[in-house]
Design a binder for this molecule. Structure first.
Ligand code: FAD
Length: 309
């Protein structure tokens, strides 16, 4: 067993996890964090964060996460850069297994985030976080007066495309079918927008780049394999996100998309287990909202633990 039972174990080290770590450490709950396979979370993948208050000139994502970690560690958060393999939440203290070692805590705060689903088209890896993004709110402003494509056929694709018209000179929506999953109102808003063109029966086969970055996309018609090359210097993939909950093995309730659900404030379906950030949030998905929820989860955990004594 990995030491004595803790007040709190925090799983995940994005903005939600570090904020929960900061608050629980300052509340003297002796928190232990498992930072996971991607220490620092999704912001490690981006160069510039311009919408987190307190950084008037913007800040690099990795730098911001180093700052968040340092701040939480200063108050006593212990961080281990390891992945949680499984948990047993059938009784307290809750048990957590990491690299074969067992740890336990009176409460857990789950902040394991979500992953954007990527297309996996040729050339994508090289352009991730540069010419190709999965978050228009985060990266749209970097593509002023440029031609952008948005891939997807649901509400998020329509919303991202409409939002991107504020910056882009032209937005082309690429969808591999004729029928759109998006609601009628969202679809029509995009369809009628003068800056948006919609191309159906198209999928990205390959991303094309030159020395200055992304320059186009080679599209394919899935019906007959015919190809078309279109220009774009930015692309947004909006085909969905996947919350990271596999290690929970179905022990906590989720919604139909697999996101953890809050039952009372930030408490999940198991009393004493709290969740924050993108693992519960399919609507906002921002660093500031994740950090805010991490704070809420820490305060909820602290009060819940107090009530148990
Ligand atoms: C390219 C990119 C650019 C972005 N730009 C911005 C921006 O400019 N502004 C903005 O507000 N938002 C931006 N976002 C969104 C923002 O990054 C997320 O909303 C935010 O990071 C969510 O925080 P989180 O704490 O919920 O989880 P995440 O940041 O997703 O972190 C999840 C953490 O869980 C850990 N984890 C997962 N599984 C396990 C496990 N089994 N055991 C232990 N740990 C585990 C991972 O290692 C990771 O540390 C961007 C996202 C991306 C992908």
């Amino acid at each position: 067993m990995g030491g004595q039972s803790r007040g709190v174990i925090i799983i995940g080290s994005g903005p939600a996890g570090y904020t929960a770590g900061l608050y629980t450490a300052r509340a003297l709950l002796n928190p232990l964090m498992f930072a996971g396979y991607m220490s620092g979370g999704q912001l490690m993948l981006t160069s510039d964060v311009e919408n987190f208050p307190g950084y008037p000139q913007g800040i690099g994502g990795p730098e911001m996460m180093v700052d968040m970690r340092e701040q939480a560690e200063r108050f006593g958060l212990e961080v281990q850069d390891k992945n949680v393999e499984r948990v047993d939440v059938s009784k307290r203290p809750f048990r957590v297994w990491v690299e074969g070692q067992e740890f336990s805590a009176e409460s857990l705060i789950i902040c394991t985030g979500a992953e954007a689903i990527w297309l996996g088209a040729k050339g994508e890896e090289d352009q991730k976080g540069r010419g190709i993004s999965t978050c228009a709110t985060c990266d749209g402003a970097f593509f002023r007066d440029e031609e952008i494509i948005v891939v997807g056929g649901g509400d998020s694709a329509m919303e991202e495309a409409t939002f991107l018209t504020r910056f882009a000179s032209k937005v082309t929506i690429i969808h591999r079918r004729e029928v759109f999953k998006a609601s009628k109102v969202m679809y029509e808003r995009a369809l009628n927008h003068p800056k948006i063109e919609i191309k159906t029966f198209r999928q990205v086969r390959e991303w094309v780049a030159d020395d200055s970055g992304l320059s186009g996309a080679l599209l394919e018609d899935p019906r007959d394999g015919s190809e078309e090359l279109i220009n774009c210097t930015g692309a947004f993939i909006a085909i969905g996100h996947k919350p990271i909950t596999g290690f929970l093995d179905g022990q906590l309730e989720t919604d139909s998309d697999g996101y953890l659900v809050h039952k009372e404030n930030t408490m999940t379906s198991v009393p004493g287990i709290f969740a924050a950030g993108d693992v519960v949030d399919k609507r906002y998905r921002q660093a500031i909202t994740a950090a805010g929820m991490g704070c809420q989860a820490a305060i909820d955990a602290e009060r819940w633990l107090e009530d148990q004594n």
